[in-house]
Ligand binder design. Structure first.
Ligand code: GLA
Length: 727
């Protein structure tokens, strides 16, 4: 046998067929290694993904092949860095192309690699190409060492004689080898966002995806938590958190194959999206962002929070404004005078901004309810005779900033825009139209429509440069899918829509870099990482019942820094105290959307104090490290603490939801403090005239004691809350 092999090798040498030298590509952070290697045939395989390896001495010993079955089978099958359809691997591919001649197979060969320093990390760029077709794929991986976050995307382009059709175009593909895998995905509905569901992944596929187009995350969130070897736990075990940066149809496929290897394939959902790509054009996938931790989800979340604040979130390291919104208070029923009064109320409450919600626009078809007006972004003269300038002036007089609600991607059939530009609307030409909230979606694949949507913000800003904030809403999914603009390329619409949206947002961003925006989508139907680039805040849910919020905020904080999560005090669930509602909202970016006149004098006074406390502590809450201490999913209480980056300060929030009779009340053990520092504990957000009932109030403790013994702050009283400031 040995003789035969030597003979073959000699023969190969004679004919210049020497196997290409094995190339190793290492993509690593402080704690993670992702290692790729070329095979003798010069194809690229993932040979390792997991905890960082301490030495590269053994890297030559990696085996690119899938471990053979007992009969030595599987041939040339390995974990290809960007698996393609039609190769030896018959599991889910990352890429599938119908070439100009109808061929469905793609084989990618390694061409080159480049590694360079980028802001905060190292980018690895790998070029792969087909040997039979003029198709090329470039894989990008940016590894952020300190935050242990890797972001990856791919670029597909070709030079074939005719357009090709892409039907799989993942952002990347990752293979895990472990005994067991547990996926926690988050499903949603209106007012029920971020509901976790955990299951063991076994042979076959589990796909989390959406087909809603615009309100993409209404039913399924674009992020996941993966427990490796066991279900994900808060502070122990190996866990991967990942999210697809795409404000549209995403998909994440988890497939366990015949040898118990799990492949994770994140990207755009190819549903109804066979994408026609012309020669010379580049198809860039969305980014997939992920982290891994060997100390459970808590650490993984902090990795994402730190990374997002530094590299993804709009003004991630800046401050946020507290605000008073009028939606839950007035609905559509307001006028210039009542708004001017609310602005004064906002000032008196102590918040920095007044936000005018829906119902300020439309003249031929005034927006009196949600049946008309979307598309006509002129203030309703009868309601607001002085227009936006008078409102901006009133805000200035009151001493608050002014923010405005818009829903610029939408149109009501009852609008002048619809009458003038029917061809700008996504709607079936030959079927009966159905409506979601009485509205339709504008066709943002069309550059003319992009110009129009940009002009809505541009015009408002040109005429009123003192608008400081927009609440950008999106209350309908894409319905009646058909684009007059895309013509025979209807499969491109879902994708070109999102790209069109980003073009508009980029223009706004470039022209008004300081303009702050919140992204809302009938609640939290658009909470995704791509949006963070343009929006300083996301609205996680219309559900502001504080009990429900504790669950929603718990889930959302696994992925998003609380700086990006707006939380408003409202009159949802009036059975709870104003204090409880405010303390719950104070865990995120605090705001109010409530008729302040419904509050008792004591509640109002309490609220003013809570706003002042929040503003004073915003640096700890929004820029500190978050530690989730007690999960509402595991009992009748919830607790979280935030620690400033220098560990000098901390804020603790503890809530009693629905405690059981004589339930044992355990101490809340804090996390993330400096064990050697001494902290003074002070209860804040107390009702006027009430002293703290907690034994720990005013006491000093070492960080060590607070973390090992903890504080007795839970109670058996339904709907109570305690906020502690530690110095
Ligand atoms: C959506 C939002 C609400 C409010 C209304 C206005 O439902 O989630 O906060 O802005 O639209 O129509």
């Amino acid at each position: 046998m040995k003789k035969i092999l030597t003979f073959i090798a000699a023969l190969m040498l004679c004919f210049g067929l020497q196997a290409a030298e094995k190339k190793t590509i290492r993509i690593s952070t402080n704690d993670i290694d992702l290692i790729l290697q070329t095979s003798p045939a010069n194809r690229l395989y993932q040979v390792y993904f997991g905890e960082k390896l301490s030495s590269s001495a053994d890297f030559s010993k990696f085996d690119w092949k899938v471990k053979p079955g007992s009969d030595g089978s599987y041939g040339e099958r390995g974990h290809e860095a960007y698996a393609c359809s039609g190769t030896e691997d018959s599991f889910e591919p990352a890429l599938a192309i119908t070439h100009a001649d109808g061929n469905l197979t793609t084989y990618l060969y390694y061409k080159s690699v480049q590694q360079k320093a980028v802001n905060g990390g190292t980018e690895t760029i790998i070029r792969l190409a087909d040997d039979q077709y003029a198709d090329e794929v470039t894989l990008h991986y940016v590894a952020y060492q300190k935050e242990n976050v890797i972001k990856t995307w791919s670029e597909i382009k070709h030079n074939e004689k005719k357009p090709v059709t892409l039907w799989r175009y993942a952002s990347g593909i990752f293979y895990l080898n472990a005994s067991k895998y547990y996926l926690t995905n988050y499903h949603s509905d209106w007012a029920r966002e971020g509901q976790p569901a955990t299951q063991q992944l076994q042979f076959g596929k589990k796909i989390i995806d959406t087909k809603l187009g615009t309100r993409a995350a209404e039913q399924s969130e674009p992020f996941f938590e993966l427990g490796i070897d066991g279900p994900a736990r808060e502070n122990e075990g190996t866990v991967m958190l990942g999210t697809v940066n795409w404000t549209g149809n995403f998909s994440c496929t988890f497939e366990v194959d015949n040898v118990n290897c799990l492949r994770v394939i994140p990207g755009i959902n190819p549903y109804a999206s066979d994408y026609i790509l012309k020669a010379g054009e580049t198809f860039k996938t969305p980014e997939f962002v992920f982290t891994m931790s060997n100390n459970g989800t808590s650490q993984a979340s902090r990795n994402l929070h730190d990374w997002a604040r530094k590299y993804q979130l709009w003004n991630g390291e800046g401050t946020r404004m507290t605000l008073l919104n009028n939606w839950e208070n007035t609905g559509f029923d307001f006028n210039q005078e009542s708004l001017a009064q609310l602005m004064k109320d906002a000032k008196d409450l102590g918040v920095e901004m007044f936000l005018l919600d829906d119902g300020w626009f439309g003249n031929k078809y005034p927006r009196k309810n949600d049946h008309a007006g979307l598309g006509d972004w002129e203030p309703t003269h009868t309601k607001l005779p002085g227009g936006i300038p008078a409102l901006v002036k009133a805000a200035q007089n009151a001493g608050v900033k002014f923010g405005l609600w818009i829903e610029p991607e939408m149109v009501n059939p009852k609008s002048e825009l619809y009458e003038k530009h029917h061809d700008w609307v996504i709607e079936q030409p030959n079927r009966k139209t159905y409506y979601y909230r009485n509205q339709l979606v504008l066709d943002l694949s069309n550059p003319e429509v992009q110009n129009y949507v940009f002009s809505i913000v541009d015009k408002l800003m040109t005429q009123n440069p003192n608008i400081t904030y927009f609440k950008w809403d999106c209350n309908s999914p894409i319905t009646n899918i058909f684009s007059p603009y895309e013509k025979e390329k209807q499969g491109n619409l879902y994708i070109d829509y999102v790209r069109g949206l980003y073009k508009v947002l980029d223009r706004i961003h470039n022209k008004y870099p300081k303009l702050e925006m919140m992204l809302c989508s009938g609640g939290g139907a658009r909470c995704d990482y791509a949006a963070l680039k343009y929006f300083g805040e996301l609205w996680p849910s219309d559900d502001t019942d504080p009990y429900e919020r504790l669950y929603i905020q718990w889930s959302m904080s696994k992925f998003f820094p609380v700086k990006a999560l707006a939380a408003h005090v409202t009159n949802w669930n009036k059975n709870t105290s104003v204090k409880f509602r405010t303390d719950v909202a104070s865990m995120c970016k605090l705001g109010f959307d409530i008729d302040l006149k419904t509050m008792s004098p004591d509640d109002y006074k309490y609220t003013q104090g809570a706003v002042a406390n929040w503003r004073r502590l915003q640096d700890v809450i929004l820029n500190g490290e978050q530690y989730r201490l007690i999960s509402p999913y595991e009992g009748n209480h919830m607790a979280v603490n935030y620690v400033s980056q220098d560990k000098q300060k901390a804020v603790v929030f503890a809530y009693d939801l629905h405690p059981r009779f004589q339930e044992p009340l355990l101490n809340v053990r804090l996390q993330g403090l400096d064990p050697n520092k001494t902290y003074t504990v002070k209860e804040i957000n107390l009702m006027p005239g009430k002293a703290s009932t907690l034994d720990c109030d005013g006491q000093q403790y070492t960080g060590d004691f607070l973390m090992k013994v903890g504080l007795n702050i839970l109670t058996a009283n339904e709907g109570t809350s305690h906020v502690l400031e530690l110095q």
